[in-house]
Design a protein around this ligand. Structure first.
Ligand code: SF4
Ligand code: SF4
Length: 339
């Protein structure tokens, strides 16, 4: 049987799809609520704003995280951005790069785009090593530039002037308007990412996403790893064939790669029981336990943050009405601080 057909029937992959659908639906609902919020402001009304939209403000989250570390103050402009970024970083640190293959809606979209490509063309395009390696470093270069700027160049005054400045206050609304008023150039750039994602597996996640780079970097320190029992392995290479990250699983005793996104496809593809598994220290982790841990981490952090009152921001209705009226003024276009 074709490997994709077998994987479609595997319980773990069905479980992963359910979790992916949950987070993708939550993102769509959050996006729709946010659109309603912005358009209600334009009409002078006020529909409540979903704080979850701040998952898409990673820079605000990173600046806020450093500001919290340096001053002990959790800023009230985009507090959810800090805790969502922190949750995803913790996922990387403890649960490999599972954020990309279980949680992220762009990872979900990428996966189904390459599956579409495989259906249409019969197989996906594998870039030669000489091109794959330099392309993979792009996401780390982009991440490195942001980290350098925020962690090493911005002092506490620059951090505060960015966080409390008009650009950051309006960042979520500007993000929405970027898509609603998309320029021809940006449209074709995004379209090209979508088109490249059809023949090339996880094009965006593998080569360009700085979020993936951050989680991937942290995942190298994760105690959770895919392991192969070399004494029972029959060297059929089905694991390597199933791996969307082009990892040579059949040659590894332990998969250390930053590209391993904990999708369990290799485990499901392996025909010999107990030969491939996820391990945390000396304990094996079943896919179900993995999903429970991932969801528990997400709901624990976001739940505590809600209970402690750090989920909602402090920007008032009056201020939002001012922002929407003046969103095209230069005061909302320039970043303060050293950025
Ligand atoms: S090594 Fe296994 S778990 Fe990791 S990305 Fe490849 S198929 Fe998924
Ligand atoms: S699929 Fe299993 S048996 Fe086949 S090469 Fe991989 S680990 Fe070995």
């Amino acid at each position: 049987m074709n490997i994709e057909k077998r994987l479609r029937k595997a319980k773990t992959q069905k479980l992963r799809l359910i979790v992916q659908l949950f987070f993708a639906s939550a993102s769509v609902v959050t996006g729709c609520k946010f659109i309603l919020f912005v358009h209600s402001l334009e009409k002078g009304k006020f529909v409540s704003r979903p704080p979850g939209v701040e998952a898409f403000l990673p820079l605000s989250g990173l600046v806020g995280l450093k500001f919290w570390g340096v001053t002990g103050v959790i800023n009230s402009i985009h507090p959810a951005a800090i805790f969502l970024l922190l949750t995803f970083m913790l996922m990387g640190l403890f649960l490999k790069r599972g954020f990309c293959s279980w949680v992220c809606p762009f990872g979900f979209l990428s996966e189904y785009l390459w599956k579409l490509g495989e259906k249409v063309f019969g197989k996906n395009l594998k870039l030669p090593r000489g091109l794959d390696y330099p392309l993979r470093s792009i996401k780390y270069i982009v991440l490195g530039l942001f980290l350098w700027d925020i962690l090493f160049r911005m002092d506490v005054n620059a951090l505060a002037s960015f966080i409390y400045g008009p650009y950051n206050r309006a960042a979520d609304i500007k993000m929405l308007l970027f898509f609603e008023r998309i320029s021809t150039f940006s449209f074709f750039v995004i379209l090209s990412f979508v088109l490249f994602s059809i023949p090339i597996k996880n094009f965006w996640c593998r080569y360009l996403c700085p979020y993936g780079a951050l989680v991937g970097f942290l995942s190298m320190f994760s105690p959770m790893k895919i392991k192969r029992n070399i004494s029972t392995c029959i060297d059929c290479k089905l694991c390597t064939e199933a791996c969307p990250s082009s990892i040579k699983v059949h040659l590894a005793k332990t998969v250390y790669s930053d590209e391993c996104n904990a999708c369990f496809r290799c485990v499901d593809a392996c025909p010999v029981p107990d030969t491939l598994y996820m391990k945390l220290g000396k304990k094996r982790v079943s896919p179900f336990a993995y999903a429970v841990l991932l969801l528990a981490l997400f709901f624990l952090v976001t739940g505590v943050v809600r209970l402690k009152g750090y989920w909602y921001n402090s920007i008032t209705r009056k201020e939002y009405k001012y922002i929407i009226k003046h969103i095209d003024d230069p005061e909302f276009s320039h970043r303060s601080g050293s950025q």
